[in-house]
Design a binder for this molecule. Structure first.
Ligand code: KG4
Length: 343
């Protein structure tokens, strides 16, 4: 069985093929940094237009490698289904992927599998691990989301905590923008932090004194903005700010992760989403989970940010369990939650 996956939820255009026997046999992603860099942030209209060109280019690449045949019997070389991201994300970006996926589904007479982008991130861990992480706690830290989730089993998710305003990834990007590090800035800020002085600035650890598992990062953005306005623009000072901010974000996340472990008694811990590539976060999570005698799961770094490998793989699992739509259908839901399913 072979599943074609398409991801266009934000500003990465990605396609992948997951094969039941051989695993991930094709994966290609085109970024749009050159399109958005001059605006220092993602412009939805431009993201959608860029997806159109990039996605057609990638689909052509796939069809050259895997010439298409009508899927009239299970032994042909074609795809058994097409999985695409239906949300959450930017509506206009999602619509490009959904429309092209729906068209391919119609042309090839194969089913569509609707993929929740957040579930894709969660299952990205399984692309490189044979071990089943369930039941586990999940810290989902991406550009748009900061959530603590109890994942009881595949498809059974309970949201334990969520951000009330901005995400942790958004604070990384916002600060990188103020420090003129370019776009997208999370990784650049983290690299700069390596040379910074630890705890030179004392940033708040928002909501860590409350027993709730929710997060709030907007105050941290105001705080860092004031510090940057009043500090020197030298590289060393930028590094010091980056280091202190990274420590504040990571320590805030760690406090809530520990609280979640204590509340649920779950010891397996999975971290996913773009910010899960952060080395300080990985180190601190490993130390925390070790102290509770649990096990950590992280995606490979190349699968942390948005990618279609996780979409094709999630599609494969859904197809195997019969969770798909037999008719070509174009569905998007920009505000989809991890525990919402559309079939
Ligand atoms: O998962 P993702 O591609 O986006 C969503 O699905 O929302 O994550 C992108 C986010 C951005 O905020 C980016 O700055 C952040 O992940 N990021 C990092 C690192 N690499 C990516 N943040 C901190 N440290 C990193 N090494």
């Amino acid at each position: 069985m072979r599943i074609l996956g398409i991801e266009t939820s934000c500003d990465d255009t990605s396609v992948a093929i997951y094969d039941e026997q051989r695993g991930l046999v094709f994966h290609s992603t085109l970024h749009q940094n050159h399109v958005h860099a001059k605006f220092k942030g993602i412009v939805p209209e431009l993201a959608a237009r860029s997806h159109l060109n990039q996605l057609l280019f990638l689909i052509k690449k796939i069809f050259l490698k895997y010439p298409l045949k009508q899927n009239t019997n299970v032994n042909n070389n074609g795809f058994h289904a097409i999985a695409y991201t239906i949300g959450p994300g930017l509506a206009s970006s999602l619509l490009v992927g959904a429309t092209i996926a729906g068209s391919i589904s119609l042309a090839l007479n194969i089913p569509c599998i609707f993929i929740n982008h957040l579930e894709g991130h969660l299952l990205s861990v399984m692309l490189s691990s044979l071990e089943d992480p369930f039941p586990c706690l999940v810290l989902l830290v991406s550009g748009a989301n900061t959530q603590l989730i109890c994942a009881q089993s595949l498809g059974q998710y309970i949201i334990l905590g969520n951000t009330r305003d901005d995400s942790a990834g958004n604070v990384f990007d916002y600060t990188a923008k103020l420090l003129d590090l370019g776009f997208p800035g999370g990784k650049k800020l983290s690299d700069l932090a390596q040379n910074g002085q630890s705890r030179k600035y004392i940033f708040p650890r928002p909501m860590t004194k409350y027993a709730s598992l929710n997060f709030s990062f907007s105050g941290l953005k105001t705080h860092v903005r004031k510090i940057i306005l009043n500090s020197s623009k030298s590289l060393q000072e930028k590094s010091n700010i980056a280091r202190s901010l990274e420590e504040a974000i990571v320590e805030t996340l760690i406090v809530k992760c520990e609280l979640a472990i204590q509340k649920t008694n779950l010891k397996n811990f999975l971290v996913c989403g773009g910010v899960s590539a952060n080395h300080l976060l990985r180190k601190r999570i490993k130390n925390l989970i070790q102290s509770y005698g649990g096990k950590c799961f992280f995606p490979k770094k190349k699968f942390c940010t948005d990618n279609a490998a996780m979409i094709a793989y999630t599609g494969f699992l859904k197809y195997k369990s019969g969770v798909f739509c037999r008719h070509p259908t174009i569905v998007v839901n920009p505000n989809l939650l991890i525990n919402e399913t559309i079939i």
